[in-house]
Design a protein. Structure first.
Length: 278
């Protein structure tokens, strides 16, 4: 099957897993009713909480998180593949109380077929005065992941990973025809960089970039950019929600376009060793 109908879910995730599931479930149902076979949700689909104590009070293992449990059941009920863009869950590393920011790929039987822990955590001081230290609450992962799907290989990334082209190149060289970029971008960086970064990663890899986003002003006070976007392998935006409201974005992927782009500009085969600058 060359053409793949997909949907990106744009959310304004609330502050508990139960509320997170109630928020995202009708959007997933809408996406499936619209014909999507692969559905992707944003980063932090289960909850968004800045306060560490409040977060720790609802944090659970992935197999006990209400949103993850509910979305696995929903994938099975609807007969769709579902990427939970990420869930904030216990990392499972003894002695480290930080959470994992974890993508979870679920097949149409509700089974988890791949997981990925965000490699690059968001520690920044923005010109607007916003200060973020994700590393204080999230344990970074230590490996890249490419997952098999019925339509081709899917590379997994999360949000801030978009700024690291070497990760996306590694995913493409491992065979990824699609790369997921679930995100909760801040408004200043989203406005300045979101679409440019997404298009750059598509052009560099010759892959489809699938970027479902958090959007709007959340219960915990943070603001996210929205503008969920699908970029084709040649770099053109083929679908976009041009707002920061919850919603569903549909697209159809012509997976033959991946090979066409990579044949036209075979950059993934042209690596050369070089001496680093002194």
């Amino acid at each position: 099957m060359s053409n793949l109908p997909i949907a990106l879910i744009q959310t304004r995730t609330p502050a508990s897993p139960a509320a997170g599931l109630a928020h995202v479930e009708p959007l997933v149902r809408q996406a499936a009713a619209g014909g999507a076979k692969l559905i992707l949700t944003p980063e932090a689909t289960n909850f968004l909480i800045q306060d560490r104590a409040a977060r720790d009070a609802v944090l659970a293992e992935a197999d006990r998180d209400a949103t993850v449990i509910g979305l696995r059941a929903l994938a099975r009920e609807l007969g769709v593949w579902l990427l939970i863009g990420s869930a904030i869950v216990r990392s499972g590393h003894e002695g480290d109380e930080r959470a994992a920011n974890r993508s979870i790929l679920v097949d149409d039987q509700g089974e988890v077929v791949a997981t990925y822990d965000k490699l690059h955590v968001y520690d920044v001081d923005l010109p607007t005065g916003e200060r973020w230290r994700e590393s204080a609450a999230v344990r970074p992962g230590d490996g890249a992941v490419v997952a098999d799907t019925p339509w081709g290989k899917l590379g997994l990334t999360i949000c801030y990973d978009i700024r690291f082209p070497q990760l996306h190149r590694a995913l493409a060289k491992a065979g990824a025809a699609m790369i997921a970029v679930p995100a909760a971008f801040t408004v200043p960086t989203g406005e300045a960089h979101w679409e440019t970064l997404l298009r750059a990663r598509a052009i560099e890899t010759g892959a489809y970039i699938l970027a479902p986003a958090q959007a709007g002003t959340h219960e915990d006070g943070r603001r996210t950019w929205g503008r969920s976007t699908v970029v084709a392998p040649w770099g053109e935006v083929i679908a976009k929600l041009d707002h920061d409201e919850p919603g569903v974005l549909y697209a159809e992927l012509d997976l033959e376009a991946v090979e066409k782009a990579r044949s036209a500009v075979p950059q993934l085969t042209h690596d050369r060793a070089f001496a680093l600058p002194s």
